[in-house]
Design a protein around this ligand. Structure first.
Ligand SMILES: C[S@@+](CC[C@H](N)C(=O)[O-])C[C@H]1O[C@@H](n2cnc3c(N)ncnc32)[C@H](O)[C@@H]1O
Length: 391
């Protein structure tokens, strides 16, 4: 049964009435980002929120500040490798509530460190409601001229204007995805129609030439009934990031896999999931506009797209190894064993949980391949990413 935010459901229904079925990617775009009624665009009712323990899902920054602190240490090393440029710019995309930025900035000492005096932290989030949350969480730094600022869209960042670090945590999994299915040996796309007052799936041909090209480039041999997702926005995003960065590093943190793993034939139902009040399910037609929707990231495609546009892969690791390389052991050693803070920090490191599921892709441009501290420990061979043709 279709349930959800009434105005959003009516808006999507009227688009389908006007122009016929819409590709699933369009449905997801409206459900998450419709400017007035989308899940991320709306200011949540008092006492509720989208992200956090009281929300639909939580991220590493809700668990413990250690990821933001480690990223500040990683940024300082990148700053040294770049010869301490002025300014050193961090562009964080999709900051959500702004907690990662808060933890990063808390780890800096603006009065005593040269790095922090040269730091410019730019946040880009397409949701005005999230930008407001970021302003609240970063209030203590807003009186420092130039330290923290916002840009509405990556398009507004001039080509070759950034020297420093591009950062994102759980951005790419929140991009709307195309969903495809194999039927009688043919690859079709999931579209959304409306019947008897309900949203329903239907299968139709692939909606764009770019999608056809991408699917062909995977060169996959999937069984009948196989479903998966294609994130074309991720590839375009990578291209834009490469355009803006002149010298520095891109760190992309998210849950995902290499293409080889993500698109293997026994992963029959893909990775698309909805999150509502901390529970995961697969029905996008309930709680429309009131729940998150995500799909795992194809890191090989990000690496290949970056490579085509001037970003070389520095390394690929998981959150556990990344944090170990940046000294999380010292933090753990300083905590009271079994205290709530100890348990929270450990939560980020669990190999079968956030420590292993979350991956970190590092890419660089305009410098020799840097030996990043976060890449000291290597759970995978970097060649694992190199199995993807250029996209
Ligand atoms: C899952 S939340 C990320 C949470 C946050 N990074 C954290 O660590 O807690 C995804 C965020 O990405 C933003 N977003 C999605 N697509 C975007 C885009 N194309 N440009 C900028 N922000 C985007 C959403 O508005 C939302 O705030």
């Amino acid at each position: 049964m279709t349930t959800g935010h009434p105005e959003l459901v009516a808006t999507i229904a009227s688009e389908i009435e006007r122009s016929g079925p819409i590709p699933f990617v369009r449905f997801m775009e409206l459900a998450l980002y419709h400017p007035q009624f989308g899940y991320y665009s709306r200011i949540p009712e008092a006492g509720t929120e989208q992200i956090g323990w009281a929300g639909d899902f939580y991220t590493s920054s809700d668990v413990h500040p250690t990821l933001g602190q480690a990223l500040a240490r990683q940024a300082e090393q990148i700053d040294r490798l770049l010869g301490q440029p002025d300014p050193f710019t961090v562009v964080e995309m999709g900051p959500g509530k702004g907690l990662l930025a808060k933890h990063f900035l808390s780890a800096c000492r603006p009065d005593s460190s040269s790095f922090c005096r040269r730091l410019r932290y730019i946040l880009i989030d397409r949701s005005p409601a999230m930008r407001e949350r970021q302003r609240q969480n970063l209030a203590q730094w807003l009186n420092r001229p130039g330290l923290v600022s916002w840009v509405d869209d990556l398009d507004e960042v001039a080509p070759d204007s950034v020297t420093g670090l591009f950062l994102s945590n759980e951005l790419i999994d929140a991009f709307p995805v195309h969903r495809i299915q194999v039927t009688d040996g043919r690859i079709e796309e999931l579209w959304v129609d409306r019947q008897e007052g309900r949203f329903v799936e239907c299968l139709k041909p692939l909606s764009t030439a770019a999608l056809v090209h991408y699917v062909d480039s995977l060169d996959a041999d999937w069984p009948d009934g196989y479903r998966t997702e294609i994130n074309l926005e991720a590839v375009n995003w990578m291209k834009q990031v490469a355009r803006c960065l002149t010298r520095g590093v891109v760190l992309t943190i998210d849950y995902g896999h290499t293409a080889q793993d993500l698109y293997r034939s026994d992963r029959k139902n893909g990775t698309f999931l909805c999150y509502f009040k901390q529970s995961a399910h697969e029905d996008p037609f309930t709680h429309v506009g009131e729940q998150d929707m995500t799909a795992h990231v194809d890191f090989s495609s990000l690496a290949a797209a970056g490579d085509t546009h001037g970003l070389q892969v520095t390394g690929f690791t998981n959150q556990l190894s990344f944090l170990m390389g940046l000294g999380v052991e010292q933090l753990i050693a300083s905590l009271e064993p079994e205290s709530p803070e100890f348990r929270a920090a450990i939560h980020l490191l669990k190999p079968n949980g956030m420590g292993g599921t979350f991956k970190v892709l590092a890419q660089h441009k305009g410098i020799e391949r840097p030996q990043l501290d976060g890449l000291k420990y290597k759970p995978f061979f970097i060649e694992a990413l190199a199995t993807r043709a250029s996209v």
